[in-house]
Write a protein that binds this ligand. Structure first.
Ligand SMILES: *Cc1c(COP(=O)(O)O)cnc(C)c1O
Length: 467
C-alpha cells in the first residue's frame, strides 16, 4: 500500500515512510491511495477473535510492504498486552439501545493509548532498520501528550517534545506527562497559549526547512496516519460483538481533531456496515457547524470540562474533505490555503452531500454534559467522563431507529476528570491502582513563551540530529 498527500504534490510514501513522516511536505496529510475493502464473509469470519488478532486482520492491507503479517501480529500482541482489560476495548450496555465502548483501559486511561502503544512499537521497529534518529514534536490538549510519552519514554533513537497550553490541562493529565522523567521526554508548558496555538506551532515546524534539514521531525498527533489506522480496529471489534456485518451499528464519537471519528469513516469504507457516525462536540463546535451548515469557520476556543475537545481547527477534517471531494489534491490545496488565509471556508456541495450520507452531529453545552453524566450514573450506575458525556448526549438525541445499537466511544476514564464527575453525581471517581502514586511523583517541565521562535530554539538545543 502506498500513501498520497491530501494536497496532491508531496511524493507518495510506503507505510513505513508515512509513519515516520507525519505531515506531508506540501502541508497535506497522508492517506492510503485507496481503501481496502473486506467482503461480508471475511468480516463475519472474525467474530470472536481476540483483539490483537482482529487488529492484525484489519490493519494488514495498510502495512503491506512494510511489515509481514507475522510481525504485525507480534506487535499488536505486545501493544494490547499492556491493557488492563483482557477484551482491550470492552462494551458496556446502558439501556436497550445505548452502549459504551470503553477505550480507556490502557496505561494513561484515555483512548489515545489504543493507537499510541502500537505507534511507539512501530517507531522502534522502523528506526531499528536504519541509523536515523526521530524527533517527535506534538501538541496536546491533554490526553495525546501522556499517551504518547508513555508509548515512547526510554525508547532508543526517539526524543519527544510535547507542547501543552499552560494551565489548560487537568492536574491528572499534566502529571501523567510531567512525572515521566526519562531523558528522551521533554514537556513544554506554553504560556498564554491555547491548544490551537500549540498545534499551529507544531505544523509550522514541519514546514520549517531550517529544522527539517537537521532533524527528522515525526508526529504523534492524529495527523499521523498510523494512529487512525489503529483506531479503525475498535469499530470492527464493537460492530462484530453487536451483530455486524449482519446488522448495522451507529457510533457516537466525542470529537476534537476529527481523528477518532475519521477512523469510523475508514471502517465504513472497508465494509463495516455503519448506520451513522454521530460527531459530538462541546461548545467548541466548528465541526457541528461544518456538518450542519457547511460553515467551517474558526471561532475562539472556550475552555470546557472536556478539554481534549476544546479545539477550533480539526486537522483530520481535511482527510474527509479530500475523500468527499473526489480526491482532487490540487483543488483541496486551494481550499485549505483559503482557510488558512481567512480562517473560514464553505464546504462544496459534493462535500456537504457526501458528509450528510454518513455523518450527523450534535453539540453539548455545560448543562447538557452534566445532565448526561448524571443520567448515566442514576439510570445505569456508570460514572462517565465529560468527553464521553458529550458523545452520549449526542447519541441519545440522534434519533437513531429502534433496533439499531448506538455505541458511544468512552474516550477517557472518569477519574481523569474527577471534579466534573463529582459535581454532576456527588461521586468522586477513584484512579485505578495501576496509576497509583501520580500525585506523589516529582514533576519536570519547561515553561516557555507560546510562540514559534522560543519552541524551535528549545527543540534545536535538545534534539538529536537525524543521522
Ligand atoms: C483526544 C480526545 C478526544 C478527541 O479525539 P479526536 O481524535 O481528536 O477527535 C476526545 N476525548 C478524549 C478524552 C480525548 O483524549
Amino acid at each position: 500500500m502506498d500513501y498520497i498527500s491530501t494536497r496532491g504534490s508531496a511524493p507518495a510514501l510506503d507505510f513505513e515512510g508515512a509513519t515516520l513522516a507525519g505531515l506531508a511536505s506540501d502541508g497535506g496529510l497522508y492517506v492510503p491511495r485507496e481503501w481496502p475493502r473486506f467482503s461480508e464473509q471475511e468480516i463475519a469470519s472474525w467474530a470472536g477473535l481476540p483483539y490483537a488478532e482482529l487488529a492484525a486482520k484489519v490493519m494488514a492491507p495498510f502495512v503491506e510492504g512494510s511489515l509481514t503479517e507475522e510481525r504485525l501480529l507480534e506487535l499488536t500482541t505486545q501493544a494490547y498486552g499492556r491493557f488492563a482489560h483482557d477484551a482491550v476495548t470492552p462494551l458496556v450496555q446502558l439501556d436497550s439501545q445505548q452502549w459504551l465502548l470503553e477505550l480507556f483501559h490502557g496505561p494513561t486511561l484515555a483512548f489515545k493509548d489504543v493507537a499510541l502503544q502500537f505507534l511507539g512499537l512501530l517507531f522502534e521497529e522502523f528506526l531499528g532498520r536504519s541509523d536515523r534518529n526521530l524527533t517527535i514534536v506534538g501538541a496536546t490538549s491533554g490526553d495525546t501528550g501522556s499517551a504518547a510519552i508513555d508509548a515512547v519514554a526510554g525508547r532508543a533513537k526517539v526524543d519527544i517534545f510535547m507542547l501543552h497550553p499552560k494551565g489548560r490541562v487537568s492536574d491528572v493529565q499534566r502529571r501523567q506527562m510531567t512525572t515521566v522523567l526519562a531523558p528522551n521526554v521533554h514537556n513544554l508548558a506554553l504560556e498564554h497559549a491555547s491548544f490551537d496555538d500549540a498545534q499551529a506551532i507544531v505544523k509550522r515546524m514541519f514546514n520549517d526547512k531550517g529544522m527539517t534539514d537537521r532533524f527528522a521531525i515525526g508526529a504523534v498527533n492524529s495527523i499521523n496516519w498510523a494512529r487512525l489506522m489503529a483506531q479503525v480496529v475498535y469499530y470492527f471489534a464493537a460492530g462484530l460483538q453487536l451483530g455486524a456485518p449482519g446488522r448495522k451499528v451507529a457510533f457516537s464519537v466525542p470529537t476534537g481533531n476529527f481523528g477518532d471519528v475519521f477512523a469510523g469513516y475508514v471502517a465504513a469504507q472497508m465494509g463495516l456496515p455503519i448506520e451513522r457516525l454521530i460527531v459530538a462536540t462541546n461548545v467548541n463546535d466548528i465541526l457541528h457547524r461544518a456538518l450542519a451548515e457547511g460553515d467551517y469557520s474558526q471561532g475562539t476556543v472556550t475552555p470546557t470540562a472536556a478539554p481534549s475537545m476544546d479545539i477550533q481547527v480539526s486537522s483530520n477534517f481535511e482527510r474527509l474533505l479530500f475523500d468527499l471531494g473526489g480526491r482532487d489534491g490540487g483543488a483541496l490545496a486551494e481550499q485549505m490555503a483559503g482557510f488558512e488565509a481567512t480562517k473560514a471556508m464553505k464546504l462544496t456541495n459534493a462535500q456537504r452531500e457526501g458528509a450528510s450520507a454518513l455523518f450527523s452531529s450534535a453539540r453539548a453545552d455545560a448543562d447538557e454534559m452534566a445532565s448526561t453524566i448524571r443520567w448515566a450514573y442514576e439510570h445505569c450506575g456508570e460514572l462517565i467522563d465529560p468527553h464521553t458525556a458529550c458523545g452520549l448526549f449526542a447519541a441519545r438525541s440522534a434519533g437513531i431507529g429502534a433496533g439499531i445499537p448506538v455505541v458511544t466511544l468512552a474516550t477517557a476514564h472518569p477519574a481523569k476528570f474527577p471534579e466534573a464527575v463529582e459535581r454532576a453525581t456527588g461521586q468522586r471517581p477513584t484512579l485505578p491502582t495501576r496509576v497509583g502514586d501520580l500525585f506523589e511523583r516529582e514533576e519536570r517541565y519547561a515553561s516557555i513563551a507560546g510562540e514559534y521562535g522560543a519552541v524551535a530554539a528549545f527543540v534545536a538545543e535538545h534534539a538529536s540530529p537525524k543521522v
